[in-house]
Design a protein around this ligand. Structure first.
Ligand code: ZN
Length: 143
């Protein structure tokens, strides 16, 4: 189930103010031709949209937060879906009292400031396809 990958390169930088966080991460991967890797980021957002996967219904429920929040941690990976790089990110956010919550990063999370590190790997590419047991687009098993 686990495959060997080799570290190849690391990109570090800042994402633009006002950009959609998930779209900006996907854009970096397309521009830098990153098809396999891991992502981490910290910063702050102007507002956030997260998703929670309802396992019984096998569908995502969206959570929206129309307020300023810290990005305590964003962790994610890059692989292929429909032959294009796809960022899968999970994020922990904190409010002004320090309360933390999180979920699956969704479109609609708008950057205030974001410092990101992307580690690129070489190896067999990971492709996503719908997995029937979970209903999720998971990594294909290798033969
Ligand atoms: Zn997820």
């Amino acid at each position: 189930m686990l495959r060997h990958v080799q570290p190849a390169a690391v990109f570090m930088g800042r994402l633009p103010y006002g950009a959609d966080l998930l779209a900006a991460l996907n854009q970096v991967c397309i521009e830098k031709e990153i098809t396999l890797g891991r992502i981490e980021a910290i910063g702050a957002v102007q507002k956030a949209a997260l998703m929670y996967y309802n396992q019984d219904k096998q569908e995502y429920e969206t959570l929206k937060f129309d307020r300023h929040l810290e990005i305590v941690a964003l962790m994610g990976n890059v692989s292929l879906k429909d032959n294009k790089p796809m960022v899968h990110g999970h994020i922990v956010l904190a409010d002004k009292e320090g309360n933390a919550f999180g979920g699956h990063l969704a479109p609609g999370t708008i950057i205030f400031a974001c410092e990101v590190t992307i580690q690129v790997f070489q190896g067999t590419l990971f492709e996503r396809e719908r997995e029937p047991q979970t209903g999720l687009p998971l990594w294909k098993e290798t033969r």
